[in-house]
Design a protein around this ligand. Structure first.
Ligand SMILES: Cc1cc2nc3c(=O)[nH]c(=O)nc-3n(C[C@H](O)[C@H](O)[C@H](O)COP(=O)(O)O)c2cc1C
Length: 467
């Protein structure tokens, strides 16, 4: 209706409307709607209110604006519930649907639930005139793609803009949350994993996919779309970070967990790191508003919501993922990276052939902390290493600080008596390079979440003190 009204207006009125809309940062359609609403409010006409107007009148202003992109996967039916759940939380939801998505759910259903028309076409003159793909990309606080199909992610990862959804995703400056959903084999395919790793390194956040039975077949595995309430929780985590958050606008890269260095296709060298401390720091940093990339070795922990998590196995893969995640304001290297890997990992399983145990030649792995601390152009302003020591904790950590060129070292006692490896508590010492001096703070034993929050508070204070 709004678009017809605008298009039929005289050119000079349209021009004034265009200027007014641009000055107010609104689309022309929104501007017209507001003008009509203002006009109606000023006109004391004894009009009988339609029933729908009552709810609208009472509705509180939306807290956040979410652009939901629905792609063509079988899980699209869950996105209708997602619209309801987001709106229940006071968010305004605008919907874009791909051509394939319309094979699964109709724009009519999505529009009825969102309370406004759905956008489907890049070359639709009416929507380009009213809103346009650039406005769709910018006039929101967050873009959620649910379900995110393998195809859409492939196009995103390669910077395509060949339909409305990808054009919006390429043109946006807002955070993006993907809820991938597909057949487990599609998800496990190297191409999909390559694409998602690239998107995550670009700063895109993900939620799911979950494991379980697939909707369309009796196949089970990883590929189910996260449930609507999980997506809402991840969206809220991303949205709240922009308001009053000490690390808002900061980029942080964190490593966590062990690495696995292959001996042959079934055996590897590992260590007892659980990843609990690194993951706790990622959660705390995200809660403080940072854009976090978590590079995680193999762990039994869920990906923290609202955090871009990259999964790696070896030290070399971890270094490459960290380098891809730069530039960042802060680098926190909490992973227990294997010092050595096997020089020639067997392509086939090593066999007991009666000739005695195999002789494994080891080679040194790259030193991730030292490599990043010594970077020239892309060195994070604050480089924080972790030192896992079983004796002379502070002495060894001070030496590590110097050797690696990091700014801080978080030293923890990982001897069996301390129980930090795999446990929920940690007693750490914060070693800080302060000009030519080294300051040491010994923190009381506390939960790993407690250590994470305290560390994040220290980081926020340090960045504020030296902006
Ligand atoms: C019945 C059916 C179900 C499908 N389900 C999925 C799915 O769950 N995930 C996925 O990535 N692709 C799925 N596809 C394939 C996509 O629809 C196809 O790749 C399409 O090009 C995606 O387009 P879009 O990304 O622009 O929405 C399905 C196709 C069919 C016919």
């Amino acid at each position: 209706m709004g678009s017809l009204t605008v298009r039929n207006l005289p050119e000079d009125v349209k021009q004034r409307l265009r200027m007014r809309a641009a000055a107010n940062g609104r689309s022309m359609e929104e501007e017209v709607r507001l003008l009509l609403a203002e006009g109606a409010a000023e006109t004391p006409a004894p009009v009988k209110k339609p029933a729908a107007a009552k709810g609208a009148e009472q509705a509180a202003p939306a807290t956040h604006r979410v652009l939901l992109i629905i792609a063509g996967g079988i899980a699209a039916y869950k996105s209708l519930d997602l619209i309801r759940r987001l709106r229940e939380r006071g968010m305004a939801v605008r919907v874009v649907m791909t051509k394939a998505a319309q094979e699964f759910v109709t724009p009519l259903s999505a529009g009825a639930l969102a309370g406004e028309r759905v956008f489907t076409d890049l070359f639709d003159p009416a929507s380009e005139f009213d809103v346009g793909h650039i406005r769709l990309a910018r006039n929101n606080d967050l873009i959620v793609v649910a379900p995110a199909t393998a195809d859409l992610m492939a196009r995103m990862a390669n910077g395509h803009a060949d339909d409305l959804a990808t054009a919006v995703l390429l043109a946006t400056d807002k955070p993006i949350l993907l809820a991938p959903a597909m057949n487990p084999r599609m998800w496990g395919n190297r191409a999909t994993q390559r694409n998602i790793a690239r998107l995550v390194a670009d700063g895109v956040a993900t939620v799911g996919p979950n494991s379980g039975e697939m909707a369309e077949s009796h196949e089970a595995g990883t590929g189910r779309m996260a449930e609507p309430l999980e997506i809402v929780a991840a969206a809220e985590a991303l949205l709240t970070r922009t308001h009053d958050k000490p690390l808002a606008g900061r980029r942080i890269v964190i490593t966590s967990g062990p690495t696995h260095e292959p001996i042959d296709p079934v055996r590897y060298i590992a260590n007892r790191s659980s990843g609990k401390q690194g993951h706790a720091i990622a959660r705390a940093a995200a809660a403080a508003g940072a854009r976090v990339t978590l590079v995680s070795g193999p762990v039994e922990l869920p990906d923290p919501p609202g955090v871009a998590t990259v999964h790696v196995e070896t030290a070399r893969e971890m270094l490459a993922a960290v380098e891809r995640a730069l530039p960042a304001d802060v680098g926190i290297f909490a992973a227990a990276v294997a010092d050595w890997s096997v020089a020639q990992a067997g392509a086939q399983k090593l066999k007991k052939d009666g000739g005695g145990p195999p002789q494994l030649a080891l080679v040194e792995n790259p030193d991730i902390l030292a490599t990043i601390a010594k970077l020239k152009a892309k060195r994070p302003r604050l480089v924080i290493g972790f030192a896992a020591e079983t004796e002379k904790v502070i002495e060894h950590a001070k030496a590590k600080l110097k050797r690696k060129g990091s700014d801080w070292i978080v030293a923890n006692d990982v001897s069996a008596a301390g129980g930090a490896m795999g446990g929920d508590n940690n007693a750490v010492h914060l070693i800080i390079a302060n000009g030519g001096e080294v300051n040491v703070e010994s923190w009381p034993t506390q939960s790993k979440d407690g250590v994470a929050k305290a560390l994040v508070a220290r980081i926020a204070a340090a960045l504020k003190a030296a902006p």
